[in-house]
Design a binder for this molecule. Structure first.
Ligand code: AR6
Length: 172
């Protein structure tokens, strides 16, 4: 899989699927979640409510992922995942890696050729950006998938530099 890094607002990225750093309720919030619901329009929230009423009555477990329509966004699907709140214990890092792995698994089921990711857990959930970007790069590079292109969307300089550093270290 080709891994690209861009500086952008993810709601403007025309990938087949964009990933939402959501929460277990799936019913919206701040940060990138708020931006995606605002730009995608009511169809995205409607699809999330439908999931809560059917397959996910208790919400989306952290580390898991589920797809909905992208509404008015320039993407075909939104893949929602709920990241872990930061703590220094190793199992929390596994849950963050699970978010990336499960988003790719959902993208494979959809047949998405390109997937754009925000820096999951690096905002409201408090994960240090340098560590969050490294987990993103390492997990995406090491997960088998039919997705051709992963687009890492940096919303600031720290994330942009973190992605580039993590990629450079992998490429030696
Ligand atoms: N495009 C790309 N990246 C963005 C955008 C955007 N429009 N807006 C923010 N980011 P956060 P989390 C970056 O807080 O830490 C919500 O309330 C941001 O700079 O959106 O996983 C949810 O409902 C940061 O690098 O998500 C949950 O309750 C990254 O996206 C909770 O926040 C993630 O920041 C999830 O917290």
């Amino acid at each position: 899989m080709d891994i690209q890094v861009v500086r952008a607002d993810i709601t403007t990225v025309a990938a087949d699927a964009i990933v939402n750093a959501a929460n277990p309720s799936l019913l919206g919030g701040g940060g990138v979640d708020g931006a995606i619901h605002r730009a995608g329009g009511p169809a995205v929230l409607e699809a999330c409510r439908e999931l809560r009423a059917t397959s996910l009555p208790d919400g989306l477990p952290r580390g898991q992922a589920v797809a909905t329509t992208a509404g008015r966004l320039p993407a075909r699907w939104v893949i929602h995942t709920a990241g872990p709140v930061f703590s220094r214990t190793q199992d929390r890092a596994q849950v963050l890696a699970d978010c990336y792995r499960n988003c790719l698994a959902v993208a494979d089921e959809l047949g998405a050729a390109s997937v754009a990711f925000p820096t999951i857990s690096a905002g409201v959930y408090g994960w240090p950006t340098a560590d969050a970007t490294r987990i993103a790069v390492d997990t995406l590079a090491e997960t088998p998938t039919r997705v051709g292109t992963a687009i890492l969307v940096a919303f600031g300089d720290e994330a942009y530099e973190g992605y580039l550093r993590a990629l450079a270290e992998r490429r030696g």
